[in-house]
Design a protein around this ligand. Structure first.
Ligand SMILES: [Zn+2]
Length: 141
């Protein structure tokens, strides 16, 4: 039986329509957020500026003002950076490096890693909030 929305027999409904491809899981929405894409349509940038989300998506019209990422992306960045660099610092200490040498060597990499992780972490947090209808995001059908 042919559905009313299909364009032609044998063509999947929605394939040629302008309806954005919604994510099938929270993980897919998170992957879009990690890539700085809108979690709902994946067609436009979630954050046109470094950590400033757009007010709404220009692709699907999703209102992004209800997001409340707050400090959580910074916590995620610090936790990942700490876990990645802890073995390096321990190895340096066991090799006889002084604390000053370790700080001068590790701090630039730690700062770069934390800054590099901030935007993907924020995108993923916003995507999780949208998927779970948290804060002002409304549940979608
Ligand atoms: Zn969108």
């Amino acid at each position: 039986m042919q559905t009313p929305t299909s364009a032609a027999p044998g063509i999947e409904p929605g394939l040629w329509s302008r309806e954005p491809a919604r994510p099938r899981s929270m993980w897919e929405a998170m992957a879009r957020g990690l890539k700085n894409q809108c979690p709902r349509c994946g067609e436009t940038k979630l954050m046109p500026r470094f950590l400033k989300p757009a007010a709404h998506c220009h692709g699907c019209g999703l209102d992004l003002t209800p997001q409340r990422a707050d400090d959580f992306p910074a916590y995620i960045s610090m936790i990942i950076t700490g876990h990645l660099l802890a073995p390096v610092v321990i190895a340096m200490a066991m090799a006889g490096w002084t604390p000053g040498q370790m700080a001068v060597t590790v701090m630039p990499g730690a700062a770069a890693l934390m800054l590099g992780l901030l935007q993907p972490a924020k995108g993923a947090v916003i995507a999780v909030q949208w998927w779970n209808s948290m804060h002002g995001f409304r549940r979608e059908g």
